[in-house]
Design a protein around this ligand. Structure first.
Ligand code: CAA
Length: 285
C-alpha cells in the first residue's frame, strides 16, 4: 500500500528544522513546526521570514509567494499538533538520549500510518527506530545545511524500514526539488563519514601548527575549490555537532583515525561553538 504525504511535521526550529520547514512549505506542503518553547518556534519563523524576504528583494519570489509560504507553516507547541501529519521529521540536536525522549513522547500523538523521519547526521537509524512503536515507518532523511540551498538529501533505511516508507520518503524528497543519495546505516552514513574526518584533520593541522586558520581555509578554498574552508565550514555546522559526529565515528567504527582533535574538544568545552555562539575558529562578535 502506498503512503501519500500531504502534511509534514518538523521537530526543531533551528537552522536545520527551520530550513526543512521552509523548503516543505515552499513546495506546497502544510507544515507544523515544533520546538521546546513558543519563543524558539517564533525565532525559527522569523529566520524563515528573513530568508524569504531576501528572496523577495532579489526578485526570486513575489511578496504574495512569501505570505503564502509563511501561512503554510503552523506553530506546533505540543506534539498533539502532529495528529494529522503524514510524516514528522525530527531535527533536534545530535544527541541520542534527547532524540530517544522525543520519539517516546511523539509516538502516542501520531496517527498509525505516520512515518517518522530523523535528520540525524550520524546516529544509527536502526537503533533510533527501535525506540519507537513503528520501526517499519522510521527512516533517516538527512538534509544538508543550508537546507534551502543544498541540493542533496541522504536517505538511510534502518533494518526494519518498509519499502512503502522508503518510497513515500523518496517521493517527498523529489517534490522538495532535492536529489537523493541512498546510504547504508553505518556511522556517519556517506557525507559525514567523508566530510567530518576532513574537517577534523583541518583542526589537527591547526593544532599542530602546520598553518593558521586563514592559511588552512585559503588552502582548501583555492587549492581544492571548496566553497568554504574546512574551519569556516566547521563554524557554520556548529563545533558541538562536529564533535558529536566525530564521537559517533570514533565509537562506532572503533578506529583511532576518527579520534576527535583535542582542540575541537577544548573549543566545545569553552562554549565556542562557531557562528551560533559568535565565536569558533573565527570571531563573529
Ligand atoms: N539560508 C538560506 N539561504 C542561504 C543561506 C542560508 N543560511 N546562506 C546562503 N543562502 C543563499 C543566498 O541567499 C544565495 O541565494 P541566491 O542564489 O538565490 O541569491 C545563495 O545561497 C548563495 O549565497 P551567497 O552568495 O551569500 O554565498 P555563497 O555563494 O558564498 O554561498 C553557501 C553560501 C551556499 C553556504 C556556500 O558557501 C557553500 O556551499 N558552503 C558549503 C556548505 C556545505 O558544505 N554544507 C554542507 C555542510 S555538512 C552538512 O550539512 C551535513 C551535516 O550533517 C553536518
Amino acid at each position: 500500500m502506498s503512503i501519500e504525504i500531504r502534511k509534514v511535521g518538523v521537530i526543531g526550529a533551528g537552522q536545520m528544522g527551520g530550513g526543512i520547514a521552509q523548503v516543505a512549505a515552499a513546495s506546497g506542503y502544510d507544515v507544523a513546526l515544533n520546538d521546546i518553547s513558543e519563543e524558539r518556534i517564533n525565532a525559527g519563523l522569523a529566520t524563515i521570514n528573513g530568508n524569504l524576504s531576501r528572496q523577495v528583494s532579489k526578485g526570486h519570489l513575489t511578496e504574495e509567494d512569501r505570505e503564502k509560504i509563511l501561512s503554510r507553516i503552523a506553530p506546533a507547541v505540543t506534539y498533539e499538533h502532529f495528529h494529522d501529519s503524514d510524516i514528522v521529521i525530527e531535527a533536534a540536536v545530535e544527541n541520542e538520549e534527547i532524540k530517544r525522549k522525543i520519539f517516546q513522547a511523539l509516538c502516542p500523538a501520531l496517527k498509525p500510518s505516520a512515518i517518522i523521519g530523523t535528520n540525524t547526521s550520524s546516529i544509527s537509524v536502526t537503533r533510533l527506530a527501535s525506540t519507537t512503536d513503528r520501526p517499519e515507518q522510521f527512516i533517516g532523511i538527512h538534509f544538508m545545511n543550508p537546507v534551502p540551498v543544498m541540493q542533496l538529501v541522504e536517505v538511510i533505511r534502518g533494518i526494519a524500514t518498509s519499502e512503502e516508507s522508503y518510497q513515500a520518503t523518496r517521493e517527498l524528497v523529489e517534490r522538495l526539488g532535492k536529489s537523493i543519495t541512498v546510504a547504508e546505516d553505518f556511522p556517519g552514513f556517506i557525507v559525514n563519514r567523508i566530510l567530518l574526518p576532513m574537517i577534523n584533520e583541518a583542526i589537527y593541522t591547526l593544532y599542530e601548527g602546520v598553518g593558521s586558520v586563514e592559511s588552512i581555509d585559503t588552502a582548501m578554498r583555492l587549492g581544492a575549490n571548496h566553497p568554504m574552508g574546512p574551519l569556516q565550514l566547521a563554524d557554520f555546522i556548529g563545533l558541538d555537532t562536529c564533535l558529536s559526529i566525530m564521537q559517533v565515528l570514533y565509537e562506532g567504527l572503533a578506529d583511532s583515525k576518527y579520534r576527535p582533535c583535542p582542540l575541537l574538544v577544548k573549543y566545545v568545552e569553552a562554549g565556542w561553538l562557531g557562528r551560533k555562539t559568535r565565536r569558533g575558529f573565527y570571531d563573529y562578535r
